[in-house]
Design a protein around this ligand. Sequence first.
Ligand SMILES: CC(C)(COP(=O)(O)OP(=O)(O)OC[C@H]1O[C@@H](n2cnc3c(N)ncnc32)[C@H](O)[C@@H]1OP(=O)(O)O)[C@@H](O)C(=O)NCCC(=O)NCCS
Length: 235
Amino acid sequence: MITEAQARVVAEFKGLLPCSAPREIRAFDDAGAFVSVLRPVDRAAADDPALVSALTEWRLRHRENFLSVFTPTARRTRRWLAQSVLDAPDRVLFLITDERGDSLGHIGLSRIDGPSAEVDNVLRGVDTGSSRLMHFSHVALARWACEALGVEELFLRVFADNARAVASYARVGFRPVRVEPLIAVQVEPGETRYEPCPEGTTPNTERRLLTMVLDGTALSALGRGRQGAKAGAGG
Ligand SMILES: CC(C)(COP(=O)(O)OP(=O)(O)OC[C@H]1O[C@@H](n2cnc3c(N)ncnc32)[C@H](O)[C@@H]1OP(=O)(O)O)[C@@H](O)C(=O)NCCC(=O)NCCS
């Protein structure tokens, strides 16, 4: 279960509790050059039509890479941000932005649960910005999770055939720990959800789910890097 201290930091970062320090994480490359600012989605962001529209378009473009495959709409994205992201105490979604505050992609933490948390919703929305944008943003997030939330291990789940994402995560330091068969469940017309295949059930898809872990040793190695986190709460 998420600890009280973690829930407070998450709520402060999401703007649901007062926070005196800047609610952002700054990412730098190995040479100390600025790469991006990670800004948590708050109520204002969730209500911003331009942002909702960008997130909807990005999800549509990459929809086959996520466990729930559907045709996104602005209405659904807004509802997802408000209900599934903002209202969930153990979850925070960061917009990866440039210096001017323009959004380039996003990366989230969910299932924050004492010593562990899941990295989710990793997506590069635009080609502008550093070619290593996602790498250093991911490293900055992992470091923040360790320092501000006290997380000791991160995990993530990715389709095993998403070679680009798997390679990207491996470069951050995640290692594969499990590959599972999946079943594709038709939730409603036009919407499929991939779920781990229960034992004794025959998979109905070739796709496999890969779980990768960034353990304590790898996390501390990232902490010794030159990444900078301007953590507004607890960081
Ligand atoms: C997954 C995703 C976020 C990864 O982003 P990315 O920009 O490809 O990731 P990286 O920053 O790791 O790699 C970018 C480039 O920097 C290079 N790079 C990154 N880290 C590096 C390092 N430490 N050393 C050398 N090169 C590095 C990579 O080789 C890559 O170069 P290439 O474009 O020539 O292949 C992106 O591909 C994406 O948005 N995909 C669609 C959505 C998706 O699948 N999300 C995952 C769902 S689980």
